[in-house]
Design a protein around this ligand. Structure first.
Ligand SMILES: *[C@@H]1O[C@H](CO)[C@@H](O)[C@H](O)[C@H]1NC(C)=O
Ligand SMILES: *[C@@H]1O[C@H](CO)[C@@H](O)[C@H](O)[C@H]1NC(C)=O
Ligand SMILES: *[C@@H]1O[C@H](CO)[C@@H](O)[C@H](O)[C@H]1NC(C)=O
Length: 465
């Protein structure tokens, strides 16, 4: 069993030199130093006996942590590429595997976006029942591809049912103007329900876009992204937060909607800039104590902000903290494990995939520390592109020790409605890879690992609560 980080980082002593208080401080510092050295020796010893990644003897999750390699051969270079593949956003020139991924005429197209024949179909799988196939089409119980992009899950205690909310992008992909990012008009927020996380029933569009009223936030030519829903135990309401923007992403606001039922319909309330700041990619997080938080990319996506929500979850309140300043992260997915807060984020490169990073903090308000890339397996290109996807949510699995589901989107900017879901096992444990800013060389956080699998399923018994 790995020891957890428990000492505080900055507790300043407020007392005058020469007072008994100062002497006490010195004594306590010595005690603290001794404890730290012991802690250091303990954890170092621990590191030696443990495999860096496959760390446990937990039979339930051993299969999830198998490291699976991926043979990924780049095709020989060709003269011609699709114009879309050439014209892309992003400050740095990414490896050419990403160009290949974004090129709809690539020989590898069917590798990244396998066709309908291999779709996950709850009625045709037979012996493959319950297997997740990251990147393959995923059909609902009506036989239609699931439309819940940039989404998140809610486990509803009342109905003991999972609800998956996401963007319905089942319309034509186009550019609003030359140089604009590929987009689909707002259709609305879709909702699907499931009791096993694999068989999903379409509950319809629970927050529809607005067809006619062009002053409405949800007017079809605007932007609605990353809807997330949490339940307020005090009011009994289901509260949805989402990114609201205009076609050029200059409105940079959050929107709020509310419903008495997890399957809607949701009533749209309003949008605002939290504390007056820009807000683009975002998520919400409900803590064990019933407090909820909004996490959003701000200041031109150069930093994240975390803000408390009001008790009814319908507005933001104080305090607000700026975190990961200057790190340019988006697509935050937050979760909590054994009292520690973790977050996975992506870089900011438009629809193109990039390297994920994991972060940890003892307090949700920070300081947050960056621990490196959580992706394990596949190959280097897979790990540098988050398996060609972007984080959106992390699903807790209370029945499985240290295990979660990492939910990500494999965006298809040539045909956004055909963007795929990449669900993979995420575990917490083992030493982190990168030295940390505040920890004086002590391995205080546990590693967050997302394991690549072409095909995987939750072990039997994951629902034991
Ligand atoms: C499916 O599983 C059953 C029972 O394990 C087995 O008898 C059958 O051969 C399997 N079918 C296929 C196509 O693998
Ligand atoms: C259009 O939307 C705005 C903003 O939500 C609202 O104030 C106005 O009443 C709506 N107009 C109509 C005709 O519904
Ligand atoms: C968005 O940007 C384009 C190009 O700069 C411009 O032509 C258009 O008017 C802008 N639209 C809005 C709604 O701001």
């Amino acid at each position: 069993m790995r020891m957890r980080h428990k000492y505080r980082k900055s507790s300043a002593f407020h007392c005058n030199a020469g007072s008994p208080c100062a002497l006490l401080a010195v004594v306590w510092s010595l005690v603290a130093c001794t404890l730290m050295v012991q802690f250091y020796c303990y954890t170092r010893h621990d590191d030696k006996v443990e495999h860096p990644i496959r760390l446990n003897h937990r039979p339930l999750t051993r299969e999830l942590e198998e490291v699976e390699e991926e043979n990924f051969q780049m095709p020989p270079p060709r003269g011609k590429r699709s114009p879309r593949a050439i014209k892309r956003r992003g400050p740095r020139r990414p490896p050419s595997a990403i160009d290949e991924f974004l090129d709809e005429s690539s020989e590898l197209r069917n590798f990244f976006f396998p066709d309908r024949r291999t779709a996950i179909d709850p009625f045709k799988e037979g012996n493959n029942s319950m297997y997740f196939y990251p990147g393959q089409q995923w059909l609902d119980t009506d036989g239609n591809p699931i439309q819940a992009h940039g989404g998140g899950l809610l486990y509803d205690e009342n109905s003991e049912t999972y609800y998956w909310y996401g963007e319905n992008k089942d319309g034509p992909t186009y550019q609003a103007h030359s140089g604009g990012a590929a987009r689909v008009d707002i259709i609305g927020v879709s909702c699907y329900s499931s009791s096993d996380l694999w068989t999903w029933k379409n509950e319809g569009v629970v927050l529809p876009g607005e067809e006619m009223n062009d002053t409405h936030d949800l007017y079809k030519l605007n932007v609605l992204e990353r809807p997330k829903v949490i339940h307020n135990d005090k009011t009994g309401q289901y509260v949805m937060w989402m990114h609201i923007d205009d076609v050029n992403y200059t409105k940079a606001s959050v929107g709020v909607a509310v419903s008495d039922s997890p399957s809607g319909p949701f009533e749209y309330l309003y949008s605002k800039r939290p504390h007056g700041f820009e807000s683009r990619d975002m998520t919400i997080f409900k803590d064990d104590d019933g407090k909820a938080y909004l996490v959003y990319s701000s200041e031109d996506n150069s930093e994240l902000h975390i803000s408390s929500l009001t008790e009814d979850y319908l507005d933001i309140s104080q305090p607000m903290r700026r975190i990961l300043i200057g790190q340019h992260r988006e697509a935050p997915a937050l979760f909590k494990h054994q009292g520690v807060y973790y977050m996975v984020t992506s870089g900011c490169t438009g629809w193109a995939p990039n390297r994920a990073l994991a972060h940890a903090s003892e307090s949700i308000m920070g300081p947050w520390e960056t621990m490196g890339n959580p992706c394990v397996g596949g190959n280097r290109i897979f790990r540098m592109t988050t398996f060609f996807s972007q984080s959106t949510f992390v699903v807790p699995l209370p029945g499985l020790p240290n295990s979660f589901i990492f939910m990500a989107d494999r965006w298809n900017p040539a045909e956004l409605r055909d963007s795929r879901y990449v669900w993979l096992p995420l575990t917490v444990g083992g030493p982190v890879d990168e030295p940390l800013e505040y920890n004086f060389g002590f391995p205080v956080w546990s590693r967050v690992s997302v394991f690549w699998h072409r095909k995987w399923k939750l072990p039997d018994g994951w629902r034991i609560r």
